[in-house]
Design a binder for this molecule. Structure first.
Ligand code: HEM
Ligand SMILES: [Cu+2]
Length: 543
């Protein structure tokens, strides 16, 4: 570690280094402090993200030219399956709630810890067990799974690759997610500081709260679905096998009844982060507090009813298609409400384009592009044209990477100074953001164009007419990767040897900015009493 320069606000390194024995690895992996658990999640999640990125870059490299470029077809199948499984189950679902929820929720509420600190640590162990099993599936059994992250039957029931282990891994990961959700709901209900009514909850807390309910209610359906695949593979139950009276379409229903709501587990916390950052860097109270808070609940609720839009081409009655298509458009309303309120918050604000704000604003733009392309998929007629093409891949990367991924990076740049008491280089952060923003747009926009013209998804080879578009997209992936590299290098350098910061470097009005950076182990030395809303900068004395 570099020089222990005292931070402006406190003279010690807070929860990061409790006297001598508190800093061993053993002390970390047995700690029940929510901040330490949050960091354990953060380190693990970022490591898996980097593995996922490398796999993604390999996929793009294979698609650089028609024909075989670097891998054969079977390896390509394994690569996109692993890329998808890692990015979905190890990065984007737990990313913001497990890492930043754990780090910040008690601080935002004025609490000492989450409601069940030991259950919290147990959730981390479940996460690590599931993650390591998923990676083990790569190297054992009949070879890496090749089904895609959706594990569709009948193929997943028949393939001889290591699907059973991968499915078990995802099953365990699901329990980690459920327990985190239970912990957060209880914490929000029971551990708010005096004076913190529901109308004074920071919007990030509202988004975690809505997410937690989806985690609790939807994830068990995934657990059941996964057990049924195992039963199909190991016992030959025939539930999904038409030859034995089963129904493969039933699998798709079960899978998407979880996996569509899961996209809200992915994106709601990101929206919460953005709702925190935009008012602080506009120096203005958030516009439409209740509209933003309640639209999270509305998205979680309505979003649970639209799973059928993944199955327009699977064979459904026209009536069912009509209903699912209609409901899908209904979810666009609360999402748009959020975007309008963010824009209204910006209006006539005194906007500071610091790195967290740049990432937050690009979230709004990229998520909107992703959302609008989602409407093309939600309308049954156009979906039939672009179903299972690269248009879909572009759409979900705009939403998940441009949306949630950028919100995750926004959170990193917003809260890391609080956690470590040090600042990264803001200029380098801005340059890194620039590369990532340009890279992501080149990569996914041209994937969408290729998709509209008929480039299918999950093929390792394609017709020569798609070559130019694929080349441009692959170059985009290199620009993006360079930006990521720069960003992580800069953050690491900031954490290790950046300028020390005080308690409130951005001028925020929420409770975490009232404690030293890094926060002390017990968070608050005196129990806080909340006397103003989370965005009343004047009352907080920061404006
Ligand atoms: C937040 C980050 C990311 C997430 C959540 C994510 C997620 C996914 C998912 C779920 C799939 C679908 C796999 C399947 O169809 O079975 C996929 C496919 C793919 N991803 Fe990513 N990804 C991310 C980042 C990247 C990056 C950085 C790249 C490129 C550098 C990339 C390139 C690809 C490619 C080429 C495919 C294959 C498409 C196909 O063959 O169907 N992804 N990704
Ligand atoms: Cu969906």
């Amino acid at each position: 570690m570099t020089d222990p320069t005292p931070s402006a606000a406190g003279s010690d390194r807070g929860f990061l280094a409790r006297k001598g024995e508190g800093s061993t690895i053993l002390a970390w992996i047995t700690s029940t402090d929510h901040k330490r658990i949050g960091l354990l999640y953060l380190y693990a999640i970022l490591s898996f993200f980097l593995v996922g990125v490398v796999l993604g870059l390999l996929l793009r490299l294979e698609l650089l030219a028609p024909g075989r470029t670097i891998v054969d077809a079977q390896t390509y199948n394994a690569l996109f399956t692993l890329h998808g499984v890692i990015m979905i189950f190890l990065f984007i679902i737990p990313g913001i709630p497990a890492a930043f929820g754990n780090l910040m929720l008690p601080l935002l509420l004025g609490a000492r810890d989450v409601a069940f600190p030991r259950l919290n640590l147990f959730s981390w162990y479940l996460y690590m067990t599931g993650a390591l099993l998923a990676l083990t599936a790569l190297f054992t059994g009949g070879g890496p799974p090749d089904t895609g992250w959706t594990f569709y039957v009948p193929f997943s029931a028949r393939t001889t690759t290591n699907v059973s282990l991968a499915v078990t891994a995802v099953f365990i990961l699901g329990f980690s997610s459920i327990l985190t959700g239970l912990n957060f709901v209880t914490t929000t209900h029971r551990l708010r500081a005096r004076g913190m009514g529901w109308g004074r909850l920071p919007l990030f807390v509202w988004s975690l709260y809505a997410t937690a309910w989806v985690q609790i209610l939807a994830t068990p359906i995934l657990a059941i679905t996964l057990i049924l695949i195992l039963a199909e593979r190991l016992l030959g139950t025939g539930l999904f096998d038409p030859a034995r009276g089963g129904d493969p379409i039933m699998f798709q229903h079960l899978f998407w009844i979880y996996s569509h709501p899961a996209v809200y587990i992915m994106v709601l916390p990101g929206m919460g982060v953005v709702s925190e950052i935009i008012p602080v860097f506009s120096r203005k109270p958030v516009f439409g507090y209740w509209a933003i808070a309640l639209s999270s609940i509305a998205i979680a609720g309505a979003g649970s009813l639209v799973w059928g839009h993944h199955m327009f081409t699977s064979g459904m009655s026209d009536m069912a298609i009509l209903v699912f298509s209609f409901l899908t458009f209904v979810v666009a309303i609360p999402s748009a409400i959020k975007v309008f309120n963010w824009v209204a918050t910006l209006y006539k604000g005194s906007i500071a384009l610091d790195p967290p704000m740049l990432f937050a604003l690009s979230f709004v733009l990229l998520f909107s592009i992703g959302g609008l392309s989602g409407l093309i998929l939600g309308a049954a007629a156009t979906d039939i044209h672009v179903h299972d093409t690269h248009f879909v891949v572009g759409h979900f990367h705009y939403v998940m990477f441009g949306g949630t991924g950028f919100a995750f990076f926004a959170a990193l740049h917003y809260w890391l100074p609080k956690i470590y008491g040090r600042m990264y280089n803001k200029r380098v952060a801005t340059i890194a953001w620039g590369f990532m923003f340009v890279g992501i747009n080149i990569l996914y926009f041209f994937m969408q164009v290729a998709g509209i013209r008929g480039m299918p998804r999950r093929y390792y080879d394609y017709l020569p007419e798609f070559a130019a578009l694929n080349q441009i997209a692959t170059v985009g992936s290199w620009i993006l990767a360079f930006g990521l590299f720069l960003m992580f290098g800069n953050l690491l350098r900031g954490v290790l040897s950046g300028e020390p910061v005080g308690a409130n470097p951005w001028g925020g009005a929420t409770l975490e900015w009232t404690v030293p950076s890094p926060p002390p182990e017990e968070n608050f030395s005196v129990e806080p009493v909340v006397t103003h809303g989370p965005y009343d900068f004047r009352e907080a004395g920061v404006l």
